[in-house]
Design a protein around this ligand. Structure first.
Ligand code: NAD
Length: 478
């Protein structure tokens, strides 16, 4: 018997949760439940996180959480409970299978069978944003080696345990050579440990285009947080419907399972909603806790029900579907099909031990780290970079001097183009000259000198080399 936490959520949440629990109970799931309240009511009671602190205790104790969708009230100040849960509980891996149910659910991609493994904690979702000048705001993209290693390993382990043949990595490392470059590099490193699984890398733009057009050439896709967010909704939609896809959020200790869709408030309370998304989440949960035979039984009964043409309104299609049913009747049809297998759709068979081998991250030995320069970012309202360079060169001292100015990453001094549009946010790069060294004292000296010269410095970034390799990008055009 496994104790799990459930939350029925808002809108269609309670109906699809009741349907899901009825089906998995009938299939023999060995579960006990603690129910917690999350979402709209909690938000509107004045709790901006949408969850009470006692509920965190229950989630952390049980470690497994099945969550129905919630409604985030309109208006500022309410934090997304999903993002908070993923980050607080370290749920680094978001797994979204998107499979076509052709010819029973309409899709242009009858052979599609993709699993998207999305990094869930890092990237632009760190939510570190600052306004720095009148015209410029910044959002930091944070990518860590442990973050990359954990998600890439998860993708390969998933492929191994679920009999998948290929893992494809999507990044934009032709542009983001440091951040996406690290993800790609880690992918290449870990891929060598799985010689039996094919691996490949695509640049995200053309990769996403290919996936939307010919999804059958992909199997498991692993990618960074933002790309995975967009890509997985597209994949679910082109497979047939976002209403059919479930999602697992997996961490080292805890895990959360849900549907990918929202609370569909307009459909609430009418016995209309399709419970398939949450049910698919529950199937992943049963696999995760080792109740793989039950997971298999539920999944095959669900496939059989879809195949029987018993459909909720969202996937109902004259000529394909046989019977339009409500949430409850759909659940009852699945229960009646428990023990049966689909005949046209591919039946599933989950390994008895669907356990992924996920070793803890091991820190690498620290590299030799040398400070080799500094970027001082400056708020300046002028438009002529040569004029700014003249002012900034006054900060040069006997060990460091201005080597370049960029505006939005494009080199504008020395030898800039007059056509380059400049905003009020300038990066001034200082490097040591001849055999001089730069240290933190010289950076402070530069900043003090900026104050004396009336320069509005808004932030600095140190330039480092790690084991002799530059840990910073060049200016575009440099
Ligand atoms: P939504 O996913 O709730 O609905 C989009 C469309 O799909 C609607 O037309 C809806 O009727 C339909 N739909 C969705 N799920 C369905 C189902 N199971 N059966 C039948 N039809 C279904 O997205 P939205 O309307 O943008 O958001 C509604 C609320 O849900 C918002 O408050 C949003 O913040 C929240 N939301 C929550 C989650 C979550 O809790 N994980 C995820 C996304 C959105």
């Amino acid at each position: 018997m496994q104790r799990i936490t459930i939350a029925k959520g808002d809108g269609i949440g309670p109906e699809i949760m009741d349907a899901t629990l009825e089906i998995i109970k009938a299939a023999g799931a060995q579960l006990e439940y603690d129910e917690i309240e999350v979402g709209e009511k909690v938000y509107l009671s004045g709790n901006t996180s949408g969850i009470a602190s006692e509920s965190w205790d229950i989630i952390r104790r049980n470690k497994v959480f099945l969550k129905a969708p919630i409604t985030t009230p309109q208006g500022g100040g309410y934090k997304s409970l999903n993002v908070t849960t993923r980050k607080f509980l370290g749920l680094y891996s978001n797994v979204r299978p998107c499979v076509s149910l052709h010819p029973f659910v309409e899709t242009k991609h009858p052979k599609m069978d993709i699993v998207i493994v999305r990094e869930n904690e890092e990237d632009l979702y760190a939510g570190i944003e600052h306004q720095q000048t009148d015209e410029v705001v910044q959002c930091l993209k944070i990518i860590s080696r442990p973050g990359c290693e954990k998600i890439v390993r998860y993708a390969f382990e998933y492929a191994k345990v679920y009999g998948r043949k290929k893992v494809t990595c999507f990044t934009k490392d032709n542009i983001m050579k440091q951040s996406d470059g690290l993800f790609h590099q880690v992918f290449d490193e870990i891929a060598t440990e799985y010689p039996e699984i094919e691996n490949e890398h695509w640049i995200i733009d053309i990769g996403a285009a290919k996936m939307s057009d010919t999804p059958e050439v992909f199997d498991v896709i692993v990618t960074l947080n933002l790309y995975g967010d967009v890509l997985s909704d597209i994949a679910a939609q082109i497979a047939g419907s976002v209403g059919l896809a479930g999602s697992a959020n997996i961490g080292e200790e805890c895990a959360m399972f849900e549907a990918i869709h929202g609370s569909a408030p307009r459909r609430a309370g009418q016995n209309l909603a399709n419970p398939s998304g949450l049910l698919e989440g529950a199937v992943m949960m049963l696999n995760h806790i080792g109740q793989t035979e039950i997971a298999e039984k539920v999944q095959n009964a669900w496939l059989k029900t879809i195949e029987d043409g018993i459909h909720t309104y969202d996937i109902f299609k004259e000529g394909i579907s046989k019977q339009k049913v409500g949430t409850k009747e759909f659940a009852q049809a699945i229960v009646a099909n428990l023990g049966k297998k689909p005949s046209l759709l591919k039946e599933v068979s989950y390994a008895k031990e669907a356990v992924l081998n996920l070793p803890k991250y091991v820190k690498k030995p620290a590299a030799k780290k040398d400070l080799v320069g500094v970027d001082i970012f400056v708020h300046w309202n002028g438009t002529n970079p040569d004029e700014l360079a003249e002012k900034i060169q006054k900060l040069n001292n006997d060990s460091v001097k201005l080597s370049m100015i960029t505006n939005r990453g494009i080199k504008v001094w020395p030898d800039g183009f007059s056509e380059t549009f400049c905003t009020d946010h300038w990066r001034c790069r200082f490097k040591p000259f001849n055999s001089h060294q730069i240290d933190k004292q010289s950076i402070i000296k530069l900043l003090l000198s900026a104050i004396d010269n009336g320069i509005d410095s808004i932030k600095t970034e140190n330039l480092y080399e790690f084991d002799g390799k530059p840990g910073y990008s060049l200016g575009q055009g440099q």
